[in-house]
Design a protein around this ligand. Sequence first.
Ligand SMILES: Cc1cc2nc3c(=O)[nH]c(=O)nc-3n(C[C@H](O)[C@H](O)[C@H](O)COP(=O)(O)OP(=O)(O)OC[C@H]3O[C@@H](n4cnc5c(N)ncnc54)[C@H](O)[C@@H]3O)c2cc1C
Length: 470
Amino acid sequence: MITIIGGGPAGMSAAVAAANAGASVLLLESSSRLGGQYWRHLPENGLDSWMGQSALQSDYGAGFLLRNHVMSNPKIEVLCGAQVWSVTKEKTILVNFLHDGVSHVVDTQRLILATGAYDRTLPFPGWDIPGVMTPGAAQALLKSSHVLAGKKIVVAGTGPFLLPVASDLSKAGAEIVGLFEVNKLRKWFAYSGVALRNYKKIVQGGRYLGALHQRRGYAVISAHAGAAGELEFVKVAKIDSRFHIKKESITAIPCDAAAVGWGFTPDLSIAQSLGLNLIAGQDTYPVVAVDEYQCTSDPRVYAAGEITGIGGSELSLTEGIIAGQAVADSEMGINRTATKRKIERNSKIRKKQRRFANTLLKIYSVKSGWKSWVTDETLVCRCEEVSLEALKRSIKELGVTDARSAKLLTRVGMGACQGRICSRTVVEVIAGEQNIEVEVQDFISTGNRPIFTPITLGILAEGSKPYQPL
Ligand SMILES: Cc1cc2nc3c(=O)[nH]c(=O)nc-3n(C[C@H](O)[C@H](O)[C@H](O)COP(=O)(O)OP(=O)(O)OC[C@H]3O[C@@H](n4cnc5c(N)ncnc54)[C@H](O)[C@@H]3O)c2cc1C
């Protein structure tokens, strides 16, 4: 039996590929619906809830078909609302998950990790004011609840993801009072060959740019609340190529919501707790190291989608197909040469998609100058309310040289999100204060937690009930 964690594009395509190859699959997904970040949809499960979204996103039909393949395949058991909170390795792999308030443990021979990514944030003055959120949050409100984050919205940061978010919000009735991309379009000139080979993507981006007014070379550098404590305006400034502010350019833009994001961060919580090899991704942040079969450093564990490198939904689908096929063959003892032949076509597609994804990461990169926008009072860790000043003090006065000791001495990263939001920033601040380059190992040392989701002491004391897949 194969267990897959994550029901996004990668996890769903892996489930179908593995089941089609003859394996039995248990698919665990923490949210109440399959689809992942890309195919978020309204609460109802029927055709209407998917197709009702197609006004927002052109390929909802593909998501609906894939989800139906998963749900109707007798070899796939799907458990939505199943939050995996710990995974350990013994002779077999033990996956602990919460479902309907009860903790279960499933004993599995093979595991596919497809846990995806979350928005990357950078701290700036006022980023904790109600109304300031990530683009992913604004989009999730809209896609899964049809709620608009605000009436007058600023969308800012970097990356192609800002475009569909601004477009969706605008179509749903919000006024986009500003759409700001910090990186310049001319960076594409250095990659014209890759652009030509992926012209459909470029045309898609061009369509968005034709319909939206995006200003490039600008960033939101602070957010400001009115008397009621809610967002009233943001300050926007022209930014140079190293992300330093051109001071004379600062302007205030009234708005009631700001969606500010800086790309994505792979969710490595489970991969790290299993001690899998991680390597530096295109943007230095770690990703799960996989071979051509999507197999990790543990031959029983495979990985697909954003956790092997940020690359978008299509690459996630391709990697899922390869992982599903390879893991099923490995479980059934089919030799690798035969597997290789089967996945060859998808390997070529994966290579092309990965090259494009890496190009996007180079063009929409984040430079260290962002630290000059942050004031000493700005909170770095919002969960534990640790300011930049407190973090800097721990470096200067208490001898902190890494994120782990910063956590022990300031509580940074100890809150409900368990460092998912702030640890990347903390590593960069510490390196900046010491005038050294960030290395992949610095990020890796922050993230290893045996329990990666907050659970109650009661559940821990009670233990998990063995789960027998159907
Ligand atoms: C907020 C957000 C919005 C995005 N929107 C778009 C978009 O509109 N267009 C686009 O092209 N790309 C978008 N992306 C990029 C997106 O990540 C990929 O395109 C695609 O969804 C990646 O597929 P995946 O299967 O790797 O991961 P995901 O789609 O992220 O799926 C991972 C799944 O794993 C589940 N999971 C994670 N941890 C656990 C656990 N411990 N237990 C159980 N389940 C778990 C999650 O709930 C999730 O459903 C978005 C990314 C984010 C973070």
